[in-house]
Design a protein around this ligand. Sequence first.
Ligand code: TMP
Length: 207
Amino acid sequence: MSRGKFITFEGGEGVGKSTNVAFVESYLQSKAIPVVVTREPGGTKLAEKLRALLLDKKSEAITEEAELLLMFAARSQHLKHVIEPALARGDWVICDRFTDATYAYQGGGRNMKISTIEGLENLIQGNLRPDLTLLLDAPVKVGMERAGKRGAFDRFESETLQFFEDVRRAYLLQAELNPKRITLIKASQPLAEVQQAIITVLSPLLR
Ligand code: TMP
């Protein structure tokens, strides 16, 4: 049995990750590929509890260090209990956000040291990296308008426009530094074109 593929979706708020995660899930299912869809922070009971703490606007002020460590604590549980077993049994895993989000939000947004994030990435993941990352990119204002229509803002969504500009810049830098793994997709183009671009990058993995 060959190992499954690990695909992650990334991008700022309101860029259409959920719609496109669902699209890839049904596309792979139509090719008879077993798929596990999951998200970060989250994906296990404990990791979902950590997610609720991280997104709670009413919590006491969370230090940048605590935020970073909670992200990786959730990731450790998720990898051990969900992602690694699924890949080992040959399932493909589609994950809504993964460690590129840490480089973007905690690195770009919060200005945490990249070398600290790299150290934690190596500690928690060993050699595991996604096989493919789809980075949906749109101007911050476009994304925030879409996110605003979904309901009340959580702790991250309540950040400033400058924070999200920094997040976007850090995501684009991740794409530049990892051109083989990360495909940049313009999220402001019509959905049909976004999905065509996704199929084009997925196809080589299916062979
Ligand atoms: P979302 O998945 O609904 O967009 O919410 C998750 C939030 O958590 C989002 O605002 C980005 C943030 N986040 C980080 O700050 N660092 C991370 O490593 C991950 C996975 C998410």
